[in-house]
Structure formats: C-alpha cells, structure tokens
Design a protein around this ligand. Sequence first.
Ligand code: SAH
Length: 472
Amino acid sequence: MRYHGPDSLQKGVFQLTKKRHNNSPISKNQLIDLTITGLSHEGNGVGRYGDMVVFVSMAAPGDALRVKIVKVLSTHAFAIIHAILTPSTHRIADDCPVYSRCGGCSLRHLSYDAEITVKSGWVTDNLRRIGGVVLPMDAPLPSPHSARYRNKAQYPIRRVNGRLCAGFFARRSHALVPVTDCLLQPAIFSAITAAFLSFLESHDIEPYDEADHSGLIRHLYLRRAGATGQVMVCIVVNGAAVPHEEALVAALLAAYPDIATVVLNTNRRRDNVILGDHQRNLYGNGTISDILCGVKVTLSPASFYQVNREAAENLYQKALEYADPGPDDILLDLYCGTGTIGLSMAARVGHLIGVELAGSAVRDARLNAAQNGVANAAFIEADAGDVLSVAGERPTIVVLDPPRKGVDKGTLEAVAAMGPKKIVYISCNSATLARDCAILAALGYKAVKAGAVDMFPRTAHVEAVALLEQVL
Ligand code: SAH
C-alpha cells in the first residue's frame, strides 16, 4: 500500500493498492498517535501509522491526534478521535450539536477557506489521476453562503424514545438523529417544523414506523424559493389524508405567511423513495416560483432544482463563460432536467435543444420556456444515448450535466459523432468527469479549462465544470 499525499491541503489524495497486511501493526480499540496529512474524498482525515493508512472522521489536515482504531481491514483502518494533541490551524470549533451523528455534514470542523482548497484539490487530482488531464485550474468558486444555503429539506418524522421528532438519518442508517435547527437550512424551516410537530402532538397524529409500516406522517418536505421567499410545505403520508387538514393549514399560514402552497403527498410504498405518485393541494396551486440566472422557474414537489440557488448561479455563469455562445450556435443541453441551464443561455444562442429522460422534468422545462418567453427552444423526452436520432439538428455546443455516475460511453460517442466544437461538462462527481474526459480525449475532444464550484459547503460534495474543445 502506498500513500501518495504530500502534507498539503491541495493534495490530500491517496491510493490503496491490494497488498495485504498479514501482520497488521494495529488492532481494533488500540490507541495510536498520528498526524493527519490529507482528506479523503469522503471527508475523512488521512494519516499514516507505519505502513498503514488510517482514516479518521472529523479530523483536519495538520491535526496531531491520538485516535482509537475502530476497524482494521487488509489495506487500511478506520479510527475516531480520542484526543486532539495539537489542532490543525485549519480547524474551527464545530457549531452543530449533532455533527458527529448526523449523516449530512463532514467538514464542519474545517475553516471554509480550507474546505475550498481541499475540494478544489480533489477535482484537480481526479482530473490528473483518472482523466490524464493536467491543466492550470481556474480559481475555485466558493459558495456565496456557507451556512443556511439550502433551499430544500426533507425531514423524516419519527418517534424517538417516545418523543415526536424531525431530523435526518445517521450515515448509512435509518436511525433518526433528531435535529431542531439544521444550520444548512433556512431558519424558517426550523420554525415551521416545530409548529408542525406540535400540531401533530396536540392532535394525536402518529408518525410513520418503518418497522411495521404503521403510522401516518412519513416526511415533512420544505422548499423555499430564494428570490421570491415563497415556501412550499409538502407533507408525505402513508395514507390519503391528515386529520384536521383545514386546521393544520390555517395554523401554518397564520404563523408563516411566506407559505405559498401546502401539498399532501401519498406514499404507501415500503422502499426509501420519499415522494409517492399521488398528491393533493391543501392550499395554493402546488407550486412556488423562483428566479435562477434571470429565468423564472416554477417548482413542484417533484421538480429537480439546485439546492443552493446562489451557488448554482455561479456555476451556470461559469458554464456560460466556457460555452461563450453566439447567435449562430445551436446549443444542446443534455440531461437538461427542468431546462434551467439551457434557458439561462437561450438569449445568446440561435437555437436550444434540451434532452431529458424524466417526462415531468421535460414538461416543467417547456413550461419554464413558455413563461420566460423563450421561443427558440425545444425540449425532448429521451434517453441521452438516443441523442443522435432525436436531436434533429447538429449542435455546435453541447452542455452535459449528468447524474453522479457520469455519461455512458455510447452517449459520449454519440455526442462526439455530432461534432460540436465545444463541450461544457458540469459534474457533481469529479471522478466520473475525469473518466469521461479520458474517453472524450480518445474521441477528439481536449479539456482546456476546468474548475471547482462549491454548491455544498460543509459537506464532502463539490461541483466541477470543464470545457472540452474539438481537436481538428
Ligand atoms: N441540468 C439540470 C439537471 C441535472 S440533474 C439542472 O441543472 O437543473 C441530471 C438530470 O439527468 C436529471 O434531470 C435526470 O432525470 C437526467 N437523466 C438521468 N439519466 C438520464 C438519461 N439516461 N438520459 C437523459 N437524462 C437523464
């Protein structure tokens, strides 16, 4: 096993080879001292003990620690902090009482400056190591806000030790960690949630119990449109109705006039999917409106929407800068969702084509185009892999914004076969972005610019964007 990480925030990357440690120098429950030299892409501190790499949760690069080993595997071990011997200069006091238990954040103990440097380093390293892309990277774009930046929360509602609670599941678990005020969410979400729980309590309305599929209230799903302030309350239930619906709506509206709509969603399934297929509006029309890069967007509970609106504007701005379109360009927005990226560029291009698999998102994209008076766009419901046959026109610029697994090879081949002069690739997983850059390189597209854009402060997630140009 080799650890390839110098003592810097920029290069916290490591590689584990398959060499086995039959004489493992450490064992479970042992206390050892080590210095943290980098951060894994999951946000764990990385240290070295003899020949072993040790991953330590909530550790910061530069920390000198006494850690307790909790798991030893053939190539590496996991540990928790027993004592901080000398804190890293990048360490800050974590300010959330459930940080160690909740599955949401992993980097609250780091200064935001250090977090940005680390995340940009992850993108650079993945591009180099997996994609063979070596570039002077653009300066990373931090999120305009590192606290309360989210516009969407889906709180499971459960009974914990007899008490009715909202919260989040612990990492890799369905054990509810009660959370009264998540510091990533707008403060109004905490207030609405508290009022909702107290209504349930006073009307003896039971939460869902996964063990026997009993109880009514599964999730409280809240969304807030940053530009308009409108709030959507969506109550997900294991049934068709909530007792005292009118009184519930009246209580919420009286206290929180920003609530623009209240929706009841029925989900009787036993799986982990949050929303069911059926919904009924208890108040308002079931949607709220936001503005993203000047585009008016209508959001229903099921619509995909970037959770950090202001950082998404940074991301789209960067994508526009990379695309640098003109009136003769035909822009293909592949994996377009509700069309927001393409629509934000529509005024600059001759024609916009959006392709997206989810029918509801395509309908939203068409509605968004219409309500913004965009007349040069067409949105097509199709698998990205079929783009050659459905796109109609040959695009000159392609924007790719796939899910975490990236773009499959056949789709990349189809994109390259259309011969666009530029590909702007937006990714929430720089490992698959890097893999796809390598495939595109073999298809005649060279990465010429790239950078990290942070949309998810305090978590181990980061967006990356790359510009690839056709090599003639
Ligand atoms: N560009 C949009 C959405 C990106 S999320 C935005 O910024 O808001 C990725 C999108 O890819 C989702 O809307 C998902 O439904 C879509 N998708 C996933 N697999 C797909 C496929 N095989 N073909 C087309 N679209 C797909």
